[in-house]
Design a binder for this molecule. Structure first.
Ligand code: PLP
Length: 406
């Protein structure tokens, strides 16, 4: 039997033995500390308002992200609304956003009454293209929201050059980047105001939750007012100064997040070591992992993004993902389309710059979730073994007559 057919039969998707039968750890991960702090909140009988653990958590999170202030809230989506409100962005303004992100990055702009301007990403880093920011500028453009995709930071040195020149307000959507660093400085400390999400899949989580970070006390007070029914700190419970929702974080969430924060640094170290080992162990051609800019010395490793070059690897992205899953490796496609292709943009005002990289990435990319990095180094290397196995089965075959693609 010719070699490639033989290799194909070994794939789990064709009935062969999978690389892994043992599942990876599950996410989120909780232990005795989460339980202890949750019990404290239950017994305190202060289930609403701002429990003291909320304030303590805000102080810890701010300090860990090189900021003076942090304001918690119900989720990362509303955190972006708070940030935009705090930064004074509203009707008549345009805000530049990457076309390849979660919907909150752009929907928050519209909810603030401003207009999102979609720009392309860099196909190697998956982060916003800094050249595209310059090209998208109009006289209405007030701010840019950047996303540290997968937890690998945007080149903050180059971004600073761009924003100095353009006078744009920078908002970091750091939903993927808790604990990430650029030249030793933490994500969330570069923007005028920045946001994080604590949604279930994120690197620290309370199921739902969000936070705004800033070095500016006035901006923090504005964000707090927006999260808390338009109240002002130190003033009456029934005095409301701005039109705003109630999106306060509860003590239950702060209890879990306090415990999660205590583990974050060790978990990041583990993921980063395992990610390095995994990537080094891949020998198949045609798999391109996210390029991390040199200054991004700590990555949160929320996900490992990569792309498949079908011609080199031998099979396309979708078949690759199915084969990986059958091998016992969790793996999924990226966002299925650029944000502007969502049905909501048939009726929500926006502007779209050409985004060829975002369009392409949606069809070629995959991501490995953080759980594959939360076990041993050998567990992480199973991902590489599976990638190489899939390639070996599908690679283009050299024949006497030339190259035949099976
Ligand atoms: C998760 C996420 C958010 C916020 O999401 P919530 O579910 O509202 O917490 C914002 N931006 C990006 C890029 C995200 O991945």
């Amino acid at each position: 039997m010719p070699y490639p057919t033989n290799m194909k039969e070994k794939l789990a998707i064709h009935g062969g033995e999978p690389v892994r039968t043992k599942p990876y750890p599950t996410w989120p991960m909780a232990g005795a500390r989460e339980e202890e702090l949750l019990l404290e909140v239950i017994r305190s009988q202060q289930w609403g308002g701002y429990h003291k653990l909320v304030g303590e958590f805000e102080a810890l999170f701010a300090q860990m992200h090189d900021c003076e202030h942090a304001v918690t809230c119900a989720n990362g989506t509303v955190a972006l609304e708070m940030a935009l409100y705090a930064a004074g962005i509203g009707p008549g303004d345009e805000v530049i956003v990457p076309a390849h992100s979660f919907i909150a990055t752009s929907s928050a702009v519209s909810r603030a009454g401003a207009v999102p301007v979609f720009v392309d990403i860099d196909p190697e880093t998956y982060n916003i293209s800094l050249d595209a920011i310059r090209e998208a500028m109009s006289e209405k453009t007030k701010a840019v929201i950047i996303v540290h995709f997968g937890g690998a930071m945007v080149d903050m040195d180059r971004l600073e050059e761009v924003t100095k020149e353009t006078k744009l307000t920078v908002i970091e959507d750091a939903a993927h980047a808790h604990g990430a660093e650029w030249h030793g400085r933490r994500a969330g400390s570069f923007g005028t105001v920045s946001t994080f999400s604590f949604q279930n899949s994120k690197v620290m989580t309370s199921g739902e939750g969000g936070i705004v970070t800033t070095k500016d006390a006035d901006l923090a007070a504005r964000a707090r007012s927006y999260a808390n029914c338009g109240r002002r700190e130190g003033e009456g419970w029934f005095d409301h100064y701005i039109l705003a929702p109630n999106v306060r974080m509860t003590g239950f969430q702060a209890a879990v997040l306090t415990a999660q924060l205590e583990k974050l640094t060790d978990q990041i170290r583990l993921r980063q070591q395992n990610a390095e080992a995994l990537i080094k162990a891949v020998s198949a051609p045609g798999v391109r992992f996210q390029k991390v800019p040199g200054g991004a010395n700590v990555q949160s490793c929320y996900i490992i993004p990569g792309a498949i070059d079908e011609a080199e690897f031998g099979v396309g992205r979708d078949a690759f993902i199915e084969a990986m899953k059958a091998e016992g490796i969790p793996c999924s496609p990226f966002y299925a389309k650029p944000l502007y292709k969502n049905p909501m943009y048939e009726h929500v005002a926006h502007r779209t710059e050409p985004c060829p990289a975002a369009e392409e990435v949606c069809g070629t990319s995959f991501w490995l979730p953080l759980v594959s990095l939360m076990g041993s180094e050998d567990d992480a290397k199973d991902v590489a073994r599976a990638i190489d196995k899939v390639h070996a089965a599908y690679k283009p075959v050299e024949t006497g007559a030339g190259v035949a693609v099976n």
